[in-house]
Design a protein around this ligand. Structure first.
Ligand code: ARG
Length: 467
């Protein structure tokens, strides 16, 4: 990028004799990625200028000129007419330079009682708050609503629940889907918590120690929608814990999405056949004509690694930094941007994919017929009849072994066969070993009985409406 500002006339160039090495200038510049903070940078500068005016630090004319100039800069950026310059390093100096070109002297006064250190910390908090409010939480909400809609449509279907990926006990599909809902609901809580803690204003901390100018930090905090000014100027410019908290919440949410993705991938396999993904959400193979691949869930699962990496990158960057600002902190942005974008995209992808997924009730139900998924119900039956559970467990284990050897199912046993096995079996055992009876019996709080699942679904909808 050619610019005349390579030499001592650079913004901070007063004490320098030589121009910056061209390679170093490129490495040092962050404008390639931090221009994404432009909107928040301008928002923060306008609040700062208004406060300087209210405190008599800047004249009313200067404030008016700065405010109009910054509005124009925003307009140029929105229209794609702004020329970003690498020689101006970062978003802050690009905006300020353009402002000064537009309004002259007044633009040069804007940086009074401010540093790029409190400026960038402010910008980043404002940016993350906007993305959480405008993008991430709404996408999460759309996905939770999609889950609820599928649970309403297909929730009564019965499929095997698994432990160790072995068929274990039958559950309602609605119960399984509402487990996803709960995972995501806690993710929402973590994001809301992170948002509340990030919402404090670093502005006015200046470079690190505060400033001799009579600032009104409460005024800028309020006009930027922060709940209060940060209490300590060193902390305000030095910490990025808010970004870590967000990335941690994002990484965990991605891990949840990845587990959902893994289930969809398994369920879409011919081995399970529990779901058929919509054509719009799957792709074919360039060589195998019969293939329909679950690329979207696979990508979500794969992108989880990136977001976990973003979290680890950020933590590693912070570890070992002395107070206060260090240039290492410039490395916070790409990780945070990537985690935010990736999480939003993956939430959106699933919110669109789920309604277009066909749940194969027949295949799910058929999978319950094999695998002795109601064996626990037989043991429970004996336990209710007074047989100690451990003994009951043993009896049923032997029965399953026998059925496997004979090619029989629990549902096929005659009453005489049951009673030959144990005298405690009565005529009601045959009804008790059906898949429907097994599910219906699990009425404990949080269990899979249809009455419980219906209540949980209603509660999930209430929670969405409250949020
Ligand atoms: N581009 C810088 C960053 O992202 C802005 C702050 C620079 N501050 C400084 N003292 N060099 O961290």
């Amino acid at each position: 990028m050619s610019d005349d500002r390579q030499g001592p006339q650079r913004t901070w160039g007063g004490r320098f004799q030589e121009a910056t090495d061209a390679f170093v200038a490129r490495l040092n510049a962050s404008v390639g990625f931090d221009q994404r903070l432009a909107r928040e940078d301008i928002q923060g500068s306008r609040a700062h200028a208004a406060m300087l005016g209210a405190q008599g630090i800047l004249s009313a004319e200067d404030v008016a000129a700065v405010d109009a100039g910054l509005a124009q800069v925003q307009g140029e950026i929105d229209a794609g007419q702004f020329t970003w310059s690498e020689a101006l390093e970062d978003v802050h100096m690009n905006v300020e330079h353009r402002l000064t070109t537009l309004v002259g002297e007044a633009g040069k006064r804007l940086h009074t009682a401010r540093s790029r250190n409190d400026q960038v910390a402010t910008d980043l908090r404002l940016w993350l708050r906007r993305r959480i409010d405008a993008d991430v939480l709404p996408a999460l909400d759309r996905l939770q609503r999609a889950i609820v809609a599928v649970a309403e449509r297909d929730g009564e279907a019965i499929l095997p629940g698994y432990t160790h990926l072995q068929r274990a006990q039958p559950v309602l599909l609605g119960h399984h889907l509402l487990a996803w809902f709960e995972m995501l609901d806690r993710d929402r809580g973590r994001l809301v918590d992170a948002r509340a803690r990030l919402n404090e204003s670093p502005l006015g901390a200046a470079a690190l120690a505060g400033t001799p100018f009579p600032l009104d930090r409460a005024m800028t905090a309020k006009s930027l929608g922060f709940s209060r000014p940060m209490a300590n100027s060193l902390d305000a410019v030095a910490d990025r814990d808010f970004a870590v908290e967000f990335c941690a919440a994002a990484a965990l949410c991605m891990v949840h999405l990845s587990r959902m993705a893994e289930e969809l991938i398994l369920w879409a396999s011919q081995e399970f056949g529990f779901v058929e993904l919509g054509d719009a959400f799957a792709t074919g193979s360039s060589i195998m004509p019969q293939k329909k691949n679950p690329d979207i869930p696979e990508l979500v699962r794969g992108k989880t690694g990136r977001v976990v990496g973003d979290l680890v990158a950020l933590l590693t960057t912070l570890k070992g930094l002395p107070l206060a600002y260090n240039k290492d902190l410039q490395e916070d942005k790409e990780a945070l941007f990537d985690a935010t974008d990736t999480l939003e995209d993956c939430l959106e992808a699933f919110a669109r994919l789920l309604p277009a997924t066909t749940f194969r009730r027949d295949r799910m139900r058929a999978a319950c017929e094999a695998g002795f998924v109601t064996a626990t119900d037989v043991a429970d039956y004996l336990a209710r009849a007074g047989v100690p559970f451990r003994e009951a467990h043993h009896v049923v284990g032997r029965l399953v072994g026998w059925c496997l050897a004979e090619g029989r199912t629990l549902q096929s046993l005659s009453l005489a066969e049951w009673q030959a096995l144990h005298p405690a079996f009565g005529p009601d055992i045959q009804a008790a070993v059906t898949v429907e009876a097994s599910v219906a019996a699990r009425t404990s709080e949080g269990g899979t009985a249809p009455t419980r699942v219906a209540a949980a679904l209603a509660e999930a909808k209430r929670r969405l409406d409250r949020a």
